[in-house]
Design a protein around this ligand. Sequence first.
Ligand code: LLP
Length: 390
Amino acid sequence: MHTHFPADRLLQHPTPCYYYDTALLDATLAEIDRCTRGEPHWHVHYAIKANANPAILRRIARAGLGADCVSGGEIEAAIAAGIPATRIVYAGVGKSDREIDLALRHSIACFNVESLEELQVINERAASLGTIAPVAFRINPNVDACTHAKITTGLSENKFGIDLGDTERAIRTAHSLAHIRYEGLHFHIGSQILTDAPFRRLCHRINELQERLERQGIRTPGINVGGGLGISYEHPDDESIPRFEPYFDTFRRHLALRPGQQLHFELGRSVVGQCGTLIARVLYVKQGTTRRFLILDAGMTELVRPAMYGARHAVQRIALPTDATPAADAPRCTYDVVGPVCESSDVFVKDQPLPPCRRGDLIAIRSAGAYGESMASTYNLRPLPPTIVQ
Ligand code: LLP
C-alpha cells in the first residue's frame, strides 16, 4: 500500500507535524486479525509506548486489541481509548506505589513483575486495597535479539526481568502470598527483529523452562512472548504491512502450549510504524564548504531515533502541484538532511539523494509512526508537534 500525501492540504498546515494514514493502520490491524483469528487462546496487546495518540489508540481499541502499558499514564490512556481493563497488562522495572494502586483499582488483567522486591510491594498494596493482584513474572531468557544494543532487552546484562534460574523461587513466593495470583510467565527479547531465529530461540527456551517447571509440579496458566517484530525502514511503501504471517507461524510451530494455556503478544512498532510520517518544511538549503545541508523545521525533538540509535528513515521530497518536472524525472542532488536543534547529532541522514529542494518544500520522513511522536520532546523549548489523522 502506498501512502499518498495530500500536498495541497499539507502546504496549508503548520509544520513540523505527524501525518497518520488510517487506511494503512486499519489494513495492518485487519492483517493481524486474519493471522490470529483461528486461535481462541491468543491475545494481542498493543504496546502503547510506540504511539499513544488518542485517535490511533481508539482505532486500535475498536479492532479489539488489548494494551501493554508501562506506566499509570499509559493505563489511563488505554482505558480512555476504550480498551477494557481486562485486556491490559502492565510491565516496567520501576512501578511506583501510586501506579500499582491505579492498576489494582482498575482491575487490570495482569502485572508483569520484574523483581521479587516489586512482588512484595504489589502484595502489600493489594492487601491494603482488599484485592488480589494477578501477576506474571518477566523472565530474562538470555536470548540475543541481534538488533541494536540499545533495544536489546533479553540478555542477562540488561536491567529487565528476573533471572531464568530464579523462576521457581519467584513462583513459589507468589503462591505463598495471600494477595497474589500467579498468572504466568512473560518474556521480551528486544525490538526491530526481522528474522525468525531469535523468536525460535525464545520458543525453545520457554519450552525447556515449562518442562522444568512441570517436573516440579508447577502449572503456568499463560505465556506472554512480548513484542519485537520489525518493519522495513528502507521500503515503507513496498513493505507497508509487516510480515505477521511468518511471525505468528513461528510461535504456532515452535512454542509447545499446554491445553487451555493462553498466549499473549505485545506488538508495538509493527502495528503503527508504517502508518506515521513526520512532515517537515525546508527552512534553508545551505551550501557549506564540503557539504550541502537541507535544514528542516523538524529535528531530533520530533523524531529522536536517528540521533539516539543511528536509525535510518527514508526521506522523500513530497511532490507539489507547482512542480515543473515530475519528481521521478528531476535531476538528483545530494544533501545532509538536518534539523534545527542545537546538537550536532541532530541529523536525519547524510548524503541523501533528492530532487533539487528549495525553501518551503515539504519533506516526508517515513516509518515514523512508532517511537516518533511518543518520544518527542520540548528540548530547546520547541512545541510538541501537531498531528493530522487522515
Ligand atoms: N513489550 C515490552 C516489555 C517492551 O519493552 C516493548 C518495547 C514491547 C513489548 C514492544 O516492542 P515492539 O513490538 O515495539 O518492538 N524506542 C525504541 C524501541 C524501544 C522498545 C522498548 N520496548 C526505538 O525507537 O527503536
